[in-house]
Design a protein. Structure first.
Length: 99
């Protein structure tokens, strides 16, 4: 764990390990975690707002607000709060170069 992570796992550590990549860095999640949980366990924010109001960590956490979009390496967007982690999933959390 590095300084500034938004979440700290305190329970359910026995689930299967899943390796994902966040901004090119391989990190460990647990089967059943959402992508939002996995990202916030490893860094202090989910993404940076394209509207310039700073780092974001999601808002509704239930698929309604659109505050948690991240991109797969191929550019397709994912809602982090409703996407379960999967082995080999790779996402980018920086600003979308297409915007
Ligand atoms: S945090 Fe609201 S849609 Fe994901």
């Amino acid at each position: 764990m590095s300084d500034g992570n938004r979440l700290v796992r305190v329970a359910e550590r026995a689930r299967a390990r899943v390796a994902i990549r966040i901004d090119g860095r391989t990190v460990e999640a647990l089967a059943g975690d959402t992508l939002l949980t996995a990202i916030l366990l490893h860094q202090g924010h989910l993404r940076h707002s394209e509207f310039g109001d700073g780092p974001r960590a999601g808002f509704c956490l239930m698929g309604a607000c659109q505050d948690c979009w991240v991109r797969r390496e191929d550019g397709r967007r994912l809602r982090a709060c409703t996407t379960p982690v999967a082995e080999g999933l790779a996402v980018e959390t920086g600003p979308d170069p297409a915007w």
